[in-house]
Design a protein. Structure first.
Length: 161
């Protein structure tokens, strides 16, 4: 397994085998072989684009939903985490330390849809004792990608003599 290849792919899924070859010194055949092996082993799960949805007309709302869960003997939090992860509205699901047990990133077309999803689906799951929801107002960075639009300063450099 080549960590350098993984880091390059994580930074830019569009990177070509030729570009990886230049950075790593491996041949393109070696790179393809390494990537295929890592896919087969489940190390590389998916290659995705990071989309700045705010630039499109199609709007959606994201919320961070924390769940408190009563774990089941022998299953812990796994059963609830698997069930929560199956919903199409759930973009990500994490086990946490601290006050909450699970954290989900939920994506729906409207605030009302997020509210409905939490009240009718997540909060009714057996073992979920409470939820805490925070709406995402703006994304600045997503999966190591800067989403913030920086205004170019066209004034030029001023010398400090």
């Amino acid at each position: 397994m080549n960590i350098q290849i993984l880091k390059l792919l994580a930074k830019n899924a569009d990177i070509t085998d030729s570009e990886i070859s230049t950075v790593t010194g491996l041949s393109e055949d070696e790179i393809r072989s390494e990537i295929n092996e890592m896919k087969k082993e489940g190390i590389i799960r998916a290659v995705k684009a990071v989309i700045d949805w705010e630039k499109l007309d199609e709007f959606y709302v994201s919320a961070i939903v924390e769940l408190k869960v009563t774990p089941k003997p022998g299953l812990g939090f796994e059963e609830v985490a698997r069930k929560v992860s199956r919903y199409r509205e759930v973009e990500s699901c994490y086990l946490l330390s601290g006050v909450s047990d699970l954290c989900c990133i939920v994506k729906c077309p409207t605030f009302q849809d997020v509210s409905r999803f939490i009240s009718k689906e997540l909060s009714t799951i057996e073992s979920v004792t409470s939820t805490k929801t925070q709406f995402v107002m703006r994304r600045y960075k997503e999966l190591d990608t800067d989403l913030e639009v920086k205004d170019e300063d066209e004034r030029g450099v001023v010398s400090s003599c």
